[in-house]
Design a protein around this ligand. Sequence first.
Ligand SMILES: [Zn+2]
Length: 1045
Amino acid sequence: MIKTEKILHLKSSRGRKVRVVREHYLRERVPCYSAACQADCVNDGKLLPGDLTHYVVPDAGVLVDFLEILEFRELQGIVFTQTACQALHSKGRRYYNRLRNLVKDPRHDCVLFHNEFQRYSYRPREKGESLEKWQTRCVYWAAVWYYNHLAGLMNVVMITQDRAAVDRFSSLSSGVFVVSVQDYLQNFWPELQAAHELLGSISQALQEKEGEDSEREFAEHLPAEVLEAGIKSGRYITGTLNVSKHRAQSEAAVTTDGLSGKNKDLSSGVLVFGSRNRNRAVHGDAVAVELLPKTEWRGTDTALTDGPGDDKSSEDGETKPVPTGRVVGILQRNWRDYVVTFPNRDGTPSQTRNSQRILAVPWDRRIPKIRISTQQADALQDHRVVVRIDSWESTSLYPNGHSVRVLGRAGELETEVQTILTENCIHVPPFSDAQLREMPVNSPEKPWKVEAAEAARRRDLRETHLVFSIDPLGCEDVDDTLSVRSVAGGKLLELGVHIADVTHFVAEGTLTDLEARTRATTYYLADRRYDMLPAVLSADLCSLLGGVDRYAMSVMWQLDAETLAVREVWFGRTLVRSSYQLHYELAQALLDGEAAAVPEIAELGREEKDAKMAQLTGALELLTHLARHLRAQRDRGGALELEGVEVRAQLDEDRNITALVPRQPLEVHETVAECMIYANHWVARKIQETFPSQALLRRHPPARQELFSQLVDTARAGGFTVETRTNKDLADSLDRAVDPEDPLVNRLLRMMATQAMSQALYFSTGAQAQDQYYHYGLALDRYTHFTSPIRRYADIVVHRLLTAAIAVEKGAGPDKALPSNKEVEEMAHHINKKNRAAQRAQNLSMGLFQCLYFKERDPETDQRCLADAVIYSIRDNGVLVFVPEYGLKGAVYVKNKEGQVVAAAPDGSCEWQSGTVRRHPDHISTTSAGGSATFRLFDHITVRISVRSTHSHGDCLNLEVVSDRPHRGAGPREPRPQGRGQLVQEVVRLAEEAQEKAAQLPKLSKEEREFRQSRTPNLYSLLEEVREEALMDPDWVSQVCATTA
Ligand SMILES: [Zn+2]
């Protein structure tokens, strides 16, 4: 090792220049991380393949400005030099972290080379040499070192935007080419259109940046050390900026994290009013705010407004003043990819002198307009484009950005679906070849078989147990099966839940595992889904299909036949062969004693068939008996049964919406769900007891009492008392709140209760006190997810924990080190985040399909645009309604912007007249010359549904009252016949167990697959939707708190 000196010129925080001399050690051997290495480097970890045509070495300038291009997975053989990385680090931690993740991620073909520690590649900086020139020179010599180190077997391309460097170095040594980024892409990646476009857009943005105006529009952000001191002293408050969806221009709240204890007033956040005070913070950024003097505090505006989620507000008018502040600094930018449209230019020159600059309008109303430079502004009118923000200087009213890619024409289904995915940071590319190469093969030529050695390690249930599955008709990915039998001469019952052994096929750290972890879940949209695992696993080798041998992970209980008390629980890996792949309707028919054909035994002779049938029916009956008992047990503990909305669009071959098949709730759904809940609960106990500080569990915190206030008030208006003190009180009082005349009343109250609930969350047992483990909705002290490893990554983590727990029990240590509490908690956080994104995307896609459905119809003439609606909330200028037929909610105005009010004629028909409106706790009434109208809570009215289109944002539905009577006078008691060609809705029972039920559902039948049509959306997520859209919301600030809590 050679010691030398390295001289650094640093800038102190006050701007003073400091010269630092560092000892610098040079080594002969620094790993090259190349499979083509000729020198026996100690290359641990990721390697660059040896069979590429070249390696590419970007210089510091390229890395700083064009990192995004280097992020394309198609680019191979990238060597990042230490020199370039340090340059990137000085640009900001965010960029540096992105690079680190890139290098860590095995799906990206790139490595980091410590060129400044390599004796033969390091070049000290010369006197008078600029930093940039020196960096470029360093990178060049690193490139030369690679060429020589690999003995000239691999060409090396250095890319730089420094023309002088190209001239100077390009002919200096053979085998090392020096080219610009443009030339590189053109010569080596001519097909990679997306990269070329991105390059153009970034280059343009860089050019424009040079000619910025210098007048200041915003206050400067405070330097980091001032912020830090101010945060410590309590002068500044930190939190996440949440921009109001409804008043995006003016209102935002900073939700404080962990500060509520110190300062009770701030528990519902700090209001940031107006763009000056927001000071360039963008929705989602972590910021520091300073409170304004109390005299400048203000309330938030809460009347019904146009735009999405009209129904967001509680007390109309302005609320009382709340703590109000201004942003003084940004702690962390949380910028993502944004979908925008370009403004309509109507042939006029654009807003700025430079005709290439436009203000793009983000799809998400909470995001400010983004200034981008483009030559395609006209060509891309009416298109949706993905952009990224680069910077937001204090001299600019808007942030600067550049376009990344074009999604397509606005309004087209594919564009809109891609918009939804992008806006929710859902990245679901097809599985790569490298991932698929990890998969086991199962083809007619080479069928997959159970390995003898593997079989020997497992408990073989194939001959001893009647194993069967119950799923939706046509389901291909069966991840759970059941068995039940009487043992010990009838004294004991043995219940078994056998789950697909996904972790047998997906080893930790493999590419497939990483991809599954990144996705965290399978994504279900209204018309399609994106799997978490490749199909060979999800629909084949992991799927516990009938009649084939499969690996499973099982939980088996020995229960007292009389009392059903648990005597013994066994966890372990098994080998199963499912005898029956039943669907719900068939299983229910068997239970109900109806004549039903079971395909698996259809060919058998009479006698054998009868015997098999009796055995199967007996098992189903036993299972039902058990599940009823388990359910009753949880009911006594206070398990909740909630209500949600389910809509399912069915498409024809041309993918037009034609109909919905109503799904009747069957008891057998609950039976299966109950068994799954039981398995999840027992696995949670097992892993928590074995790993008290690093098990992944799922908790459901009790709702905050104040969120129930509207439910309580609404119920009271209907003459019911709803108790919310405990889950048991709530469950019991909801059961009693039944209007025999109108079943919708109970359904609405349950929906409101659902919405007041907190979200269930994954967590690490080491990160919470044990009394926080409780699952409120299920009334269980511990809970986790174990039963759907094909669709949820949490279950994969839990399977690995269970495997380790079994190993510990047997006296062996776990195979490898388990993730620490911190790592499990980070994983939980990631999965929670992805689940929320999945739910939002699903809800948005359901809304998209509803709009597509109504867009096709003329609201003036088409009877299907008229529907019955029930009022569940009263506002200053209107009411909020629920339309059961289509499962949608929305605002209905009784007073419009022109000041006219709704007047009802004697026959109930409504029209706009000038008049006045008066609001009461449980009703709202209008008076006008043409008559008056009164709308009460729980009244049924008739609404007309139409679509309101906007250029930049998605479409939304508009509800308008046409009569203050129930639709068609039929009243709510006789639901309309659900014919073909009609979008039908169905309301189903809900709670977290519904999620279990739903876990059975999201599976495609063969024909659905062909049309990329998925099954019913996950019910639990629809429960979440109810919350998202906030039928009732006390105060949006506290709402924001609740959802981010
Ligand atoms: Zn080497």
